[in-house]
Design a protein around this ligand. Sequence first.
Ligand SMILES: NC(=O)c1ccc[n+]([C@@H]2O[C@H](COP(=O)([O-])OP(=O)(O)OC[C@H]3O[C@@H](n4cnc5c(N)ncnc54)[C@H](O)[C@@H]3O)[C@@H](O)[C@H]2O)c1
Length: 328
Amino acid sequence: MKKVLITGAAGFLGSHLCDRFIGEGYAVIGMDNFITGDKKNLAHLEQHLHFQFIEHDVTEFVSIEGDLDYILHFASPASPIDYLKIPIQTLKVGSLGTHNLLGLAKAKGARILIASTSEVYGDPLVHPQNEDYYGNVNTIGPRGVYDEAKRFQESITMAYHRFHGLETRIVRIFNTYGPRMRLNDGRVIPAFMGQALRGEDLTIFGEGSQTRSFCYVGDQVEGIYRLLLSDYTGPVNIGNPHEISIKDFAEEIIKLTGTAQKVIYKDLPVDDPMQRQPDITLAKRVLGWEPQIGRAEGMQITYNYFKGLTPDELYKSEHKDFKNHIKK
Ligand SMILES: NC(=O)c1ccc[n+]([C@@H]2O[C@H](COP(=O)([O-])OP(=O)(O)OC[C@H]3O[C@@H](n4cnc5c(N)ncnc54)[C@H](O)[C@@H]3O)[C@@H](O)[C@H]2O)c1
């Protein structure tokens, strides 16, 4: 039985990856320190014979007993509201954390896949973004902590590949959504759905002309799975190229949820990208992958998930408390 270590396992993507690898017959070790994740996301796997969970901060030395075939490094705060509150942890998990996991992969002779992001393109000057574009990142802006951590992560991963011959994979993930996103993580889909469910107006930052594209989590996991098992070493964009303006998207959510609320406008945050759209030509060519789930279907599944939250979860409006995780 092949064994895989998944960091960030208690998070949104990590928990779906645990499900996928368990489903494919792997022994899965999940690792997380719960800084942005939630035990609830893994509760259904707790008793599974082939699932093991280790609570650990990957910025500290990582050791695993026995053999390991694959590592998927997904630990990192991922939403702007998170990484703006815990900027140093974000830089550390992308740098020190990645270094620790590359070291573990080298020691075990394991293949490692690193979760990178469309944020490496910053506020892009080319559209759509393909993997050859170097990006337009403000290194010292507030979002720089995430973007630069991920850019460093890609560089050190390629250095381990070139210098140590490590088998590495890099996925550049574009906005992904689905069940188990945190309602109050500041990303637009849970934000709009939470507001609709609580009977609040939907908030748009800026004029709403900025565009986004959203990939359903099942499609994202399929792309990551294929990339891990492929022999392609360069970075690969995985995302849904179907673009929509935030204003039009708010209208879609109003229709989907049947809310009687309206849209209100607030100031645009610093360095919020105006456009984001993946060029997935490479993923199509080397992985035979493209998204299968349209926005209407994916949003319906996601809305059903949020509708199932308890009133306590729905009205717990305060953002996650990071007090216990921040070392003085
Ligand atoms: N969701 C997206 O649309 C998206 C887009 C681009 C990239 N990504 C990347 O995918 C990965 C997962 O994102 P997500 O949306 O699931 O976020 P998430 O916040 O739901 O999950 C991240 C998980 O990592 C854990 N974590 C953070 N720092 C850690 C540390 N030092 N040690 C151990 N665990 C730690 C958190 O507790 C959490 O469970 C991240 O690396 C993120 O950068 C996600």
